[in-house]
Ligand binder design. Sequence first.
Ligand code: SF4
Ligand code: SF4
Length: 443
Amino acid sequence: MQYIDNIIFLILLVAGFGLFGKSLLKIYRNIRLGHEINRSDRKSERWSTMARVAMGQSKMVKRPIAGILHVFVYVGFIIINIELVEIVVDGIFGTHRFLASVFGESFYSFFTATLEILALLVVIGVVVFFIRRNFYGVKRLTMKELFGWPKHDANWILVIEFALMMAFFKMNAADWVLQQRGLLHELGSFPISSTILGPIFSNFSDGFLFFTEKGAWWFHFVGILFFMNYLYYSKHLHIILAFPSTWYANLDKKGKFNNLDSVTKEIKLMMDPNADPYAAPAEGEAEAAPSKFGAEDIFDLNQVQLLNAYSCTECGRCTSVCPANVTGKKLSPRLILMKTRDRLEEVGRNIDKNGKFVDDGKKLLNDYITKEELWACTTCNACTEACPVLLDPLSIIFEMRRFLVMEQSAAPQELNLMMTNVENNAAPWQYNQADRLNWATEN
Ligand code: SF4
Ligand code: SF4
């Protein structure tokens, strides 16, 4: 019987991790559909940004209550899953609380007590988040754009985390009572479960307690595998992708836009009478040139932008500070990333089905993101400033606008007029340069 347990455990473990690996490979393949961008500069700054923002959650604690609760849930959940190591070893070799033999019994008691306190903090965090999300009416969490799957997803993950923590407490409480009865060797310290569940579990029979302990252990194990595989379908992918997203974040000053090398080169050629238009490109200049100006579909975005689409937590902090959204325009920076992810996933499914991408007659522009949304953006950067994981929805908006202007000449009339004025008058207004000081003339 013991061996059957071990074999089932191993099969589930391999299947769970195998499926998870497959999902990660799919995400990697999809991200690589974008074009490369060189973000390998300033490495030490990148490491420290990642440590500060993704690991240290520095931007989350700007809103202290929600931030600290988020830290509870995040840190608690990660550390508690260290326990997965113990579960795996116990599951494969049929041992009981394997880490006690590694840590020594007294440190193991400290370890299990710490895990219990962290688990309690996770429970407090998820309960508060559930109430806040569903009953407290925080505007950015109850907006129409979250109706349907995004809202269910956010709730499901809280329910799963709650259930996993409850299984953890039940397992420990049953274990503790069995240890008190001398039926198991005394290992670990369980201050929370023994206090809350111990008195209730003391009334149960030995057989039921063994069953509960084992059942909760299996539930916890299968639950972790399920959670891991659920991530692919969830905004909670950010618990993994926040790390690369912050590492590859744009470290330039906000407001600094990228110039197109091809355009810069053309202008230099025009301005320099000695330039040789047929000269071989200088080293580094020959980087893969985009096949078009700006972005019409996900293939035209860069890999960091596609990584951003997968990393969005859908928290809506960007949308809540977006002046366009606040004043009733159609634009929501959160939705820009959600739609980019939806389109990317659609393209991924197309590739899964056909072996390569087969034109489906759709594009990110118009089929997902409308011109109205794009032109509502003031390029103020409030969204990038607010994002807790340094995502950059503005860069996608910017690239799509670049496509509209440079490939389709489809800028709004007001902009065309302004651009003509800049070209002719070196100013956005329709006045001749010679008249530009007229405003100072006294009548
Ligand atoms: S940059 Fe655009 S999308 Fe971002 S907050 Fe400003 S107006 Fe909104
Ligand atoms: S872009 Fe950033 S701020 Fe906006 S919803 Fe996504 S994670 Fe939140």
